[in-house]
Design a protein around this ligand. Structure first.
Ligand SMILES: [Fe+2]
Ligand SMILES: [Fe+2]
Length: 203
């Protein structure tokens, strides 16, 4: 029997540093980016609520739900403090690209035959794996002190979520399929966000 080999952590590369560095260099653009992160945390919160049946809600699920909601709150508070106040997420410049990434992931993972009953842990595993690459890098690169304070608190919880889903008993080979889906969607999102950042900076 071959030993089970799940995909490991995602590795940082120069393109991620360049992508995040662009936001860190431009405070107005960075507020748009943080607003997107807040929104995606909220989307994550909603996905948990929608994907876990009422009778399966446990203390652990409630903890996860409340922590993801608090991540959305902490990041939105940074956005408002930065001066982007009371703006609907509908107006967010990166909103559509972000939703496309998250919805695309959710739909493609849910469509895997092996995902029966695994939608919540499967999607969560992929998201936490991405978050644990992006947030530590962003924490290092950003110069926004309020953001860094929020991100440190969030990251401590994301690390626990990451461990929790990495320890889940997924069937053999399942996570490779999930990783393949997410790793195809992420670069598309980044390319789209880069194009949007170009058009914001040109305006
Ligand atoms: Fe989160
Ligand atoms: Fe999380």
């Amino acid at each position: 029997m071959t030993p089970r080999k799940d995909p490991g952590a995602l590795a940082e590369d120069a393109s991620l540093v360049g992508f995040l560095g662009r936001f860190a260099a431009e405070p107005d653009l960075e507020l748009e980016w943080i607003d997107l992160l807040s929104q995606l945390e909220y989307v994550g919160f909603r996905k948990i609520v929608k994907s876990v049946a009422f009778e399966s809600v446990s203390l652990e699920v409630l903890r996860h739900v409340s922590e993801e909601a608090s991540h959305a709150f902490l990041l939105k508070a940074v956005v408002e403090q930065g001066g982007l106040r009371a703006r609907s997420w509908r107006e967010g410049r990166f909103a559509e690209a972000g939703w496309r990434y998250f919805q695309g992931l959710d739909q493609a993972v849910s469509a895997l035959p092996a995902s029966e009953g695994l939608r919540y842990p499967g999607v969560s595993w992929a998201i936490e794996r991405r978050v644990l690459l992006v947030y530590p890098a962003y924490l290092r690169i950003s110069r926004n002190e309020e953001l860094k304070k929020a991100l440190r608190r969030i990251l401590a919880q994301e690390e626990r979520h990451g461990e929790q889903f990495a320890a889940f008993a997924f069937p053999e080979g399942y996570l490779s399929e999930v990783a393949r889906i997410e790793e195809a969607l992420w670069p598309r999102f980044v390319a789209e966000a880069e194009r949007l950042a170009d058009s914001i900076q040109r305006a």
